[in-house]
Design a protein around this ligand. Structure first.
Ligand code: ADE
Length: 226
């Protein structure tokens, strides 16, 4: 649910998202909240009661968009995620959890926010993608769509597989190298050319641990608890 549906089209028609849709592994439907405004000028915002800067999104168009989605797709108990800097901070575990849901409705806010009543009525989860403020929820929604979709079985091919990637065991990824063996005088680490898979695995784990300790001591602590 968005006021800017066009934002989603280009991202969804490229690369892995495009392929996932073509293979019918995911469906993404974009609804323009403005289309559901009962106002004759299709107005979707108004001044805040109590004063203050900026405009708020009014509840009626959002509520009616929601009702339309639930009815047309026959959805029983959807997760309804409102993208907001006030939400819980998005993490891989939230993506994993949401990837198990059959239906997810993402609500993108704009202006200074949304009337609290429609949040109380329909929203099940509030999510922030990080401690910074964006002009709207569309980029966060795309980030959620992307990160959830790649967890759906079949969306990534074998060699795009996510098994070993960052955050799997709360460790960051080890460094990667491809051809050429030497670039600007810098060689690929010998161990990667050794053909000894045990040694390579050991090196990669050590590198993961080293970089996680350096950059993300918070994650490193968690990795030790597992
Ligand atoms: N809307 C504006 N800023 C946001 C953020 N950081 N996360 C999610 N939604 C937002």
């Amino acid at each position: 649910m968005t006021l800017f549906p066009e934002i989603f089209n280009s991202y969804m028609s490229e690369s892995i998202m495009k392929r996932a849709i073509e293979k019918e592994l995911i469906e993404v439907h974009v609804y323009n909240i403005r289309d559901f405004s009962a106002n004759k000028h299709k107005k979707v915002d108004d001044y805040p009661f109590g004063g203050g800067a900026g405009m708020l999104m009014t509840p009626q168009p959002i509520y009616d968009t929601y009702k339309y989605i639930v009815e047309t797709h026959n959805i029983e108990s959807p997760r309804v995620v409102y993208l907001t800097p006030k939400g819980q901070v998005y993490k891989q575990e939230i993506a994993s959890d949401l990837s198990l849901s059959e239906d997810i409705i993402l609500l993108c806010g704009h202006y200074e926010g949304i009337d609290q009543r429609v949040i109380d009525l329909i929203v099940t989860d509030e999510v922030s993608i990080g401690d910074y403020v964006l002009t709207g929820g569309e980029l966060p929604a795309l980030i959620m769509i992307d990160s959830i979709s790649r967890l759906i079985p079949g969306v990534l091919s074998q060699n795009e597989s996510f098994e070993e990637e960052s955050f799997k065991d709360n460790l960051l990824e080890y460094p990667h190298y491809t051809r050429p063996r030497e670039f600007m005088g810098i060689s690929v680490p010998d161990v990667l050319l050794s053909g000894n898979h045990q040694k390579i695995e050991k090196w990669r784990l050590e590198e993961s641990i080293k970089i996680t300790k350096e950059r993300r001591p918070d994650l490193y602590k968690k990795s030790c608890k597992k």
